[in-house]
Write a protein that binds this ligand. Structure first.
Ligand SMILES: NC(=O)c1ccc[n+]([C@@H]2O[C@H](COP(=O)([O-])OP(=O)(O)OC[C@H]3O[C@@H](n4cnc5c(N)ncnc54)[C@H](O)[C@@H]3O)[C@@H](O)[C@H]2O)c1
Length: 253
């Protein structure tokens, strides 16, 4: 499936993208740059950001290597925007080895919550004052099919992605009147570099069959970028508080 660009849709706009080094975040960054935006591209992986910078070769891309779970790194990302943020795409995320509750270790639980949820709250908290002062802004959070159902991942990932739905709705409720739109997309399977290994025989036995029969084919990252950039753009000017499955129809099953 090919997607069609809207040239200059983001001209003069500054947007922050986390997880910009790979998969959905990378595709979103590439599209935003192609559509005229200036992007603060944040990722923990320096080689991935170097590769992206080489490929795009534009001064409208500002790469910030950092771990978004660390307060100092969040501050560096926001500082790079130099006081103007028109859009924030909270895309960075990790999986949880499909561990069910009886088997999840504290380290997995805490890391998944930190990356997928708490860092999203912190970065959004840092950006909101700029958007409120400007009276405009668009925030797109990445939930998951696992944010809509119990049969798509392990307990930590599923809980974090359900929480992203709550974070999105609450933030939309409070700040839409201030001109800030806040939405989430819930992807189904997407071909990326995310690590999705099974570490639990019980998860393999219980969840494995569901993923084999009820799941539409995996999407390309570009197809997710098309939905994310639509929500970031003025084309979605009347959309806020929405949780949009972008999953090939999985949510309808
Ligand atoms: N791929 C799928 O099937 C799928 C399905 C549903 C939801 N999602 C969600 O989409 C988002 C993007 O995932 P993807 O599939 O593109 O994965 P990916 O692994 O290809 O890309 C994620 C990027 O985030 C970066 N990252 C991870 N932790 C970070 C941290 N602490 N600080 C900064 N950067 C960090 C990684 O280095 C990586 O470059 C995630 O939130 C994921 O949960 C993915």
């Amino acid at each position: 499936m090919t997607t069609t660009l809207t040239p200059e849709r983001f001209a003069g706009r500054t947007l922050i993208v986390t997880g910009a080094g790979s998969g959905i975040g990378r595709a979103t960054t590439v599209r935003l740059i192609a559509e005229g935006g200036r992007v603060i591209a944040a990722d923990v992986s320096e080689p991935r950001l170097q590769d992206l910078s080489r490929e795009l070769a534009t001064d409208r891309l500002v790469a910030v290597v950092g771990d978004i779970t660390l307060a100092d790194d969040v501050e560096r990302v926001v500082s790079a925007a130099a006081g103007r943020v028109d859009g924030l795409a909270n895309i960075a995320g990790i999986m949880d080895d499909f561990l069910p509750l009886a088997e999840v270790d504290d380290a997995t639980w805490e890391r998944v919550m930190d990356v997928n949820l708490t860092s999203m709250m912190r970065l959004t908290r840092a950006v909101l004052p700029l958007m409120i002062t400007a009276g405009r802004g668009s925030i797109v959070n990445i939930s998951s099919e696992a944010g809509l159902r119990g049969s798509a991942a392990g307990v930590a990932y599923t809980t974090s992605k359900h929480a992203v739905v709550g974070l999105t709705r609450s933030t939309a409720f409070y700040y839409t009147p201030k001109g800030v739109r806040v939405n989430a997309i819930a992807p189904g399977g997407v071909k990326t570099n995310i690590v999705a290994t099974f570490r639990s025989p019980w998860a393999t036995e219980r969840l494995g069959p569901f993923l084999q029969v009820n799941v539409p084919p995996s999407a390309q990252a570009d197809e997710l970028a098309a939905a994310i950039t639509w929500l970031l753009s003025d084309d979605a000017s009347n959309v806020s508080g929405a949780i949009i499955p972008v999953d090939g129809g999985w949510a309808a099953v």
